[in-house]
Design a protein around this ligand. Structure first.
Ligand code: FES
Length: 108
């Protein structure tokens, strides 16, 4: 059964920021783009790399709403998890989000 899970206070994730949270054994990448919150699994479907940050903990490239895997350059739309550029061919899971009582939550 799905339930809303609190990740952080909304003021801890201001516009332009991203964070990764471990929830129920999964790593979730959460982005604030222009005040809207988006969440996808932090696991590239091409070869299992993380998506939100590179190997030096720097934010990976974000082009509009597309996050680029720092390893081979696959891109995913953070609004849907859809692949937008190869070499990945499988969409990444995405999660509904909301801000409730000042907290960022995802449906998981
Ligand atoms: S592991 Fe992400 S593009 Fe290859």
């Amino acid at each position: 059964m799905l339930e809303w899970v609190t990740l952080c206070a909304s003021d801890e994730l201001p516009p332009g920021q991203r964070e990764v949270f471990g929830v129920n054994g999964r790593w979730i990448a959460v982005f604030n783009i222009g005040g809207a919150i988006y969440a996808i699994e932090d696991l590239c479907t091409h070869d299992g790399n993380v998506l939100a940050f590179d190997q030096y903990d720097r934010p990976s490239k974000l082009i509009g709403y597309e996050v680029e895997c720092p390893r081979h350059g696959a891109r995913f739309d953070v609004r849907s998890g859809k692949v937008t550029r190869r070499p990945a061919e499988v969409d990444v899971p995405f999660f509904e989000t909301r801000v409730e009582h000042g907290n960022v939550q995802i449906l998981l």
